[in-house]
Design a protein around this ligand. Structure first.
Ligand code: SAM
Length: 233
């Protein structure tokens, strides 16, 4: 692997990893992120955790090919079970999965976390559910990014335990910092979502959906319209 070979998505994640962090990359298919960060001399220690044997072997191979076995330990484990107390982890990355899976990994591994780690999370979907878990567990969202790569939109959420912050449902839905910034990728994402949500609503109304489900979607559509209208004013 070459130093600058990361995808745009993972390079953005890498930017949020503090210099000299002791990193746990959970779901580390090919160990791309820890290997690139080590080659960039940004970190000196990482755990690459993988639960599936194929990607685990791929991660081990990548680490060996780059002669980084002394700096990156690859472990076959479910979620945060890859981390030991003696690893003294200061940053955790969990990327390229659904937000619900990331949330479940954090929830099941809660006892492994000291609370001092920076979490850098890149959910492919279900960002709201993940932000809700963070808030319920007293994390503050300290940074967020939205990027586009290969015609897909990705969000990155950076959280640390800190000041008790309360977020509205709308903030959790859009991302408290993304909604402040409203950059062109954010606007594009929500224009697209608006069309999709309207068509889902039409189908729900013709089917057997509960009033609660319909009401929830109507609320979300109203929020999206409000945010997009604010932007065009
Ligand atoms: N993190 C890399 C990225 O962002 O490019 C790889 C993403 S890949 C789509 C998701 C990886 O997470 C897969 O290799 C999968 O086996 C792994 N994974 C899923 N659930 C996991 C869990 N509970 N613990 C560890 N790894 C997991």
């Amino acid at each position: 692997m070459k130093v600058n070979q990361l995808s745009k998505r993972l390079q953005k994640v890498a930017e949020y990893v503090p210099k000299d962090a002791r990193l746990a990359d959970i779901g580390s298919d090919h160990a791309y992120l820890p290997v690139a960060l080590t080659l960039q001399n940004k970190i000196n220690f990482a755990i690459a955790g993988e639960v599936v044997p194929g990607p685990f072997e791929a991660a081990k191979k990548q680490v060996a090919e780059n002669n980084l076995e002394e700096k990156i330990i690859v472990r076959l484990a479910d979620g945060l079970a890859a981390v030991k107390e003696s690893d003294n982890i200061s940053a955790v990355t969990i990327c390229g999965m659904g937000g619900v899976l990331i949330r479940d990994i954090l929830q099941s591994g809660k006892d492994v976390l000291s609370g001092d780690e920076r979490l850098i999370l890149q959910p492919n979907v279900a960002e709201r559910q993940l932000r809700t878990w963070l808030v319920e567990n007293k994390y503050e969202i300290i940074d967020e990014a939205i990027i586009r790569e290969n015609h897909k939109t990705y969000e990155i959420i950076v959280a640390e335990k800190g000041n008790a912050v309360s977020y509205s449902d709308k903030d959790l839905f859009f991302g408290p910092l993304l909604i402040e910034e409203k950059n062109p990728i954010f606007i594009q994402k929500w224009n697209h979502k608006l069309e999709k949500s309207k068509s889902i609503l039409t189908n729900l109304k013709q089917g057997q959906a509960t009033d609660q489900k319909i009401h929830r979607l109507e609320t979300e559509i109203a929020w999206i319209q409000e945010v997009l209208a604010d932007e065009s004013n």
